[in-house]
Every structure is written in structure tokens, then in C-alpha cells.
Write a protein that binds this ligand. Structure first.
Ligand SMILES: Nc1ncnc2c1ncn2[C@@H]1O[C@H](COP(=O)(O)OP(=O)(O)O)[C@@H](O)[C@H]1O
Ligand SMILES: [Mg+2]
Length: 242
């Protein structure tokens, strides 16, 4: 078998499929039940490139958390390559979360006391990859997101757009099959937002992975080949989904 070590750009080429069947998520706060996602059925794969749009509170983030294994459904099923999340062991779930999906949030959650390079390396070190391997991958990815000259900067020493670039590099370090992003340009000015959007598209293209992006920005949504519209926890429209 050919080693992937020589080429840090190497990604997983095997297919990856996340299926939701009639999945709902109910939160209970102070005795009140809030249904954030209601009976959603949806499949996304490493070939999917879609936006999730809808008003604030319509369940977009919760849907993303269910798809990316961050949360379990209250009822219904979410499966990863045919395996039901609720029947997986903690270590199987950790593997999905750590190695098959990459996630970028609006607030980038970078660790403030670490450099860009260390932030990007972190998921690899946690997963037990060698220092050499994570160092190679992180350096390569920071170059790829245009921050080769900022590797030793801490988040507070970088602009909002640069911080999101680091977050994208960090999300890619374990070579995920699908990149999930929750309003990743929501805190950025228009020009920086466009730059970060372009970065997402070039990364997804270069690594041939899926993209599921929650956004309020209708111009951004229109740049993706398909859109899923949510209202009150339900998918009310899905244009272009295959
Ligand atoms: N952790 C939580 N605990 C309680 N309620 C929540 C939680 N997360 C989301 N909700 C509620 O679920 C609904 C959908 O939220 P969310 O998925 O964040 O929507 P969106 O991302 O579209 O703004 C909202 O009414 C929200 O208040
Ligand atoms: Mg949200």
C-alpha cells in the first residue's frame, strides 16, 4: 500500500455518508420542551455541497450538530456509513467526530494562549499522530489557507479573517470527508467574508470533500450548488440536493 506520508495533501478517497431518518431534537429547559429539529430525513455525503438557510431559531445549528455527530437525536436515527450513532461506542463516536467531519463555527474557538501552528496541530496531537506528522500537516495547511507567514502568531495577534483561516486549517488537519461550517463568515466584514468564502470553496475543491454550510447570507448560499431551507425545525425546501 502506498504511504500517504509523503504527500500532506492526500485525503481519504473512500466514500462517506451521513443519513438522518425522521430525526428530531428536543431540548428541555426549566421544564419546557423546545423542539429544535422535527422529523428531518436527509442524506449528505463527501460529494455534497450545500447551504442551510433559514431564520434565526429555525434549527439550522441543531441540524448541523446532529449531522456532525456533536449531538444525538431525541428520536429518529442518524447513521454514519450505515452505522446508527446511538448504537456506537464512545470511541467509535470520537473517531467520527475527530476524523470524518471537520467543523468551523462562527466564533472560531481557537485557544488564545497557543500559536496558529499549535492550534492547527491540536486535533492531530489529541488523536495521537506523531509530532512530525502533525507538524507537516499543520504547516502545509497554514500555507494552503494563506497564513504561512503567521504560524507563530496567537489568535489575538490576527484579524478576524485570519483567525477563521486558522479555524479552517484546524478543521482539515484530520483529513475529514465533510466540512461543516456554522455561519463561518457571520462576524466578518464584507470583503473579508468574501475571502473566507473563497477559501472554503478552494479547500473543498482541492481536497475533494463535502461542504455543509449554515449561512444567513443569501448571496453566499446562492454560490453553493444546493440549498436547504429550514423553518420551525423542518426542511421546507431543498433545491438542488441530489
Ligand atoms: N442547547 C439548547 N438548549 C435549549 N434550547 C436550544 C438549545 N439549542 C437550540 N435551542 C433552541 O432550539 C431552537 C433552534 O435553535 P438553533 O438550532 O440554534 O437555530 P438556528 O441555528 O437556526 O438559529 C431555538 O428555539 C433554540 O432556542
Ligand atoms: Mg445557529
Amino acid at each position: 500500500m502506498q504511504s500517504t506520508r509523503d504527500n500532506p495533501a492526500e485525503t481519504k478517497v473512500d466514500s462517506f455518508k451521513i443519513s438522518m431518518q425522521e430525526a428530531s431534537k428536543v431540548y428541555e429547559i426549566h421544564g419546557h420542551k423546545v423542539t429544535a429539529v422535527r422529523g428531518v430525513s436527509l442524506t449528505v455525503t463527501n460529494r455534497t455541497c450545500t447551504a442551510i438557510v433559514g431564520k434565526s431559531g429555525s434549527g439550522k445549528s441543531t441540524l448541523l450538530h446532529l449531522l456532525s455527530s456533536l449531538e444525538k437525536p431525541s428520536t429518529g436515527k442518524v447513521s454514519f456509513n450505515g452505522k446508527n450513532l446511538t448504537e456506537m461506542s464512545d470511541s467509535e463516536i470520537a473517531k467520527i467526530r475527530g476524523q470524518r467531519v471537520g467543523i468551523v463555527f462562527q466564533m472560531n474557538n481557537l485557544l488564545p494562549e497557543f500559536s496558529a501552528l499549535e492550534n492547527v496541530q491540536m486535533p492531530g496531537l489529541i488523536a495521537g499522530l506523531s509530532k512530525k506528522e502533525v507538524s507537516d500537516r499543520a504547516g502545509f495547511l497554514l500555507d494552503k489557507v494563506g497564513l504561512g507567514h503567521r504560524v507563530n502568531h496567537r489568535p489575538s495577534e490576527m484579524s478576524g479573517g485570519e483567525q477563521q483561516r486558522v479555524a479552517v486549517a484546524r478543521a482539515m488537519v484530520m483529513r475529514p470527508s465533510i466540512l461543516f461550517a456554522d455561519e463561518p463568515t457571520g462576524n466578518l466584514d464584507e470583503r473579508t467574508s468574501l475571502e473566507v468564502q473563497n477559501l472554503f470553496f478552494s479547500i473543498v475543491e482541492a481536497f475533494k470533500i463535502g461542504l455543509v454550510m449554515v449561512t444567513h447570507d443569501s448571496d453566499l448560499a446562492a454560490r453553493l450548488p444546493s440549498q436547504i431551507r429550514m423553518e420551525d425545525g423542518r426542511i421546507v425546501n431543498s433545491d438542488g440536493m441530489v
